[in-house]
Design a protein around this ligand. Structure first.
Ligand SMILES: [Zn+2]
Length: 105
């Protein structure tokens, strides 16, 4: 039986809040941020909800470290291939993401 939509919406809301909290707590409690990312990941799996694209690049898919460029991850922009490469400082896991240049109007 499929889960009712409101449960998914609630799960999504919780995930969103976890990202906000992780962002707020990172400076003083980076370990807490990692816990929040683990939780967000668990919720997304349990309720089968997607983590929004803009939030997906905010944590390591391997160790769930909250990614702050220059602190917990390195960001390299490959403009030739229109890709951004993220490297986790904690576990060296890499994630590449494509990006598109906005069209000038
Ligand atoms: Zn990692």
């Amino acid at each position: 039986m499929p889960r009712p939509t409101w449960i998914k919406e609630l799960a999504q809301e919780r995930i969103q809040k976890l990202f906000e909290q992780a962002n707020k707590q990172f400076k003083q409690h980076p370990e807490r941020s990692r816990r929040y990312m683990e939780l967000a990941h668990k919720i997304s799996k349990k309720y089968n909800v997607r983590i929004p694209k803009e939030n997906k690049k905010k944590f390591c898919p391997n160790c769930h470290a909250y990614w702050v460029p220059g602190k917990t991850c390195r960001v390299k922009i490959d403009s030739k291939n229109k890709r951004i490469k993220y490297t986790c400082e904690e576990c060296e896991k890499q994630r590449t993401q494509g990006y598109r240049k906005k069209h000038k109007t």
